[in-house]
Design a protein around this ligand. Structure first.
Ligand SMILES: *Cc1c(COP(=O)(O)O)cnc(C)c1O
Length: 464
């Protein structure tokens, strides 16, 4: 009969003893080291039960070095700067919009000390934290009132709850969208306590569909920008103008979730169909909602603008406390909005806009500089035309011409090189296409060329 391999499992204390020989962190980590040791022993037990073989000493060494490397990893920062070479400018997994230097500084100062977050320095009295951005938003959006919460999902929930709880909200079936995996209009609606009433069909919704669905329980008509997809072919949706006319005639609110919040007209740069919150309000929407970290180019935030009585009802909702914006975010948002006061310098100050407006000529020059600097590495590199995307749930199906530095691997696979680039210092996230690694040059931030060359040199120096 085979011996039971589980009998050879080391005890936690044995692993800890071996661990102390390997790293001084074992002492420092105390109970945490024991927790990690126990987890690794348990994992080994599972492997053995599944049919692995046993060899006491090898396992002990093996366990101790796994625990040591986990301990060492846990003493390094998990969140690290990443060079975004994906060509997706608003990459949700990489933190969406990079802040302008002025906004990053404002956040750092707000976080590193005290600030007049909720105090009027003139009177010494308590004030509202939203006051820091409310006036700027009113000015930039032409809005009678505005407020801010911690993201657009929260803005949607609080608006529906404060204005339509227990009543019906009409939404076109073509706009029951899911954004980023966890924001789904039907679920958001359910959380808010408003009842979703779907109207029309996936491709065709007419104003009469809204009209026919109105009952005495209806509170609002909601328009949701189909941020991350496009329905093409035989389609129809009522204009916001028509929805506003209907809403006014029947005493219903019109709420416009525009998603991305373009404060400038992106059609100047060939990006069309992006709704502008200012335009929604001009047309007569009662309330408009959008994110701070998409086309606005600021920190994660949800902005609500429109009728003062509605903004006031929203601000008095108990959820306002749960959704309130953090001081560092607020400071970054204020600084970002201030950049919009001077449209002439905006594209040099706001990284997102700088990336969108970079010309092909600039990108080619950037590419040539990189090629020249890296020529001595002997890597198989070339420049190619490519396509970049705004991403982050805006401008679906629209891309920007771009230039990519392409690395054609000679020995290792593209996937293993890409992994080493992600784990390198600085970390680089690139795109793999047909066993090639593409570094899109439009999503690089100013000053990152040097970092990218360093990362590639590192790869060339230890090719396997
Ligand atoms: C992105 C988006 C949201 C969610 O915004 P977050 O700020 O990510 O919470 C909601 N509605 C629309 C239309 C969007 O595009």
């Amino acid at each position: 009969m085979n011996e039971n391999p589980l009998r050879h499992l080391p005890a936690v204390n044995e692993v800890l003893l071996a661990l102390r020989q390997r790293t001084p962190l074992a002492e420092l980590a105390g109970d945490w080291a024991a927790t990690l040791a126990r987890e690794e022993i348990d994992a080994l037990r599972h492997r053995l039960r599944a049919g692995g073989s046993a060899n006491g000493h090898a396992h002990l060494n093996d366990l101790a070095s796994r625990v040591a490397s986990r301990l060492e990893a846990s003493h390094r920062p998990r969140l690290v700067p990443v060079i975004n070479a994906t060509g997706i400018l608003l990459h949700t997994n990489l933190g969406r919009a990079p802040l302008a230097p002025a906004a990053a500084t404002a956040a750092e100062r707000a976080g590193g000390g005290y600030l007049n977050l909720e105090m009027d320095l003139e009177t010494g009295q308590r004030s509202s934290r939203q006051a820091a951005v409310a006036e700027l938003l009113r000015r930039l959006l032409g809005a009678p009132a505005a407020t801010v919460v911690n993201n657009n999902a929260a803005a949607t929930v609080i608006a529906l709850r404060a204005l339509a709880q227990g009543r019906e909200v009409l939404v076109s079936r073509g706009e029951l969208v899911e954004i980023g995996g966890s924001f789904r209009i039907p679920e958001i609606m359910a959380v808010s306590g408003a009842t979703l009433k779907e109207v029309g069909t996936t491709n065709i919704t007419r104003l009469q569909d809204f009209e026919a669905a109105i009952s005495d329980r209806t509170a609002a008509l909601l328009r949701v920008h189909a941020s991350n997809y496009k329905i093409v072919g035989h389609t129809a949706a009522p204009s916001l103008q028509d929805m506003v006319t209907l809403g006014k005639a029947r005493g219903l609110l019109v709420i416009d979730d525009v998603g991305s919040g373009a404060l400038v007209d992106f059609s100047t740069w060939g990006l069309t169909d992006e709704p502008m919150p200012r335009e929604s309000l001009r047309v007569g929407a009662d309330l408009v909602l959008f994110s701070g970290d998409k086309l606005l180019g600021g920190p994660q935030a949800g902005i609500l603008a429109g009728r003062p009585d509605l903004i006031q009802r929203i601000e008095s909702d108990p959820l306002m406390r749960a959704f309130r914006i953090d001081k560092m975010t607020l400071a970054a948002l204020e600084a970002t909005l201030r950049l919009y006061l001077d449209p002439g310098t905006l594209s040099t100050q706001l990284p997102l806009l700088a990336m969108i407006t970079a010309t092909m000529e600039e990108l080619r020059q950037r590419g040539s500089r990189l090629l020249a600097v890296l020529s001595s590495t002997g890597m198989n590199l070339m420049l190619r035309e490519s396509r970049a995307f705004v991403g982050g749930g805006s401008l679906p199906g629209q891309d920007l011409p771009s230039v990519a530095l392409v690395l054609i691997p000679t020995e290792a696979s593209a996937a293993s090189l890409a992994r080493r680039l992600r784990l390198g210092q600085p970390a680089v996230v690139a795109r793999i296409e047909k066993e090639e690694i593409h570094f899109d040059l439009r999503s690089l931030l100013p000053g990152q060329e040097l970092d990218l060359t360093e990362a590639l040199r590192g790869l060339a120096a230890s090719p396997s």
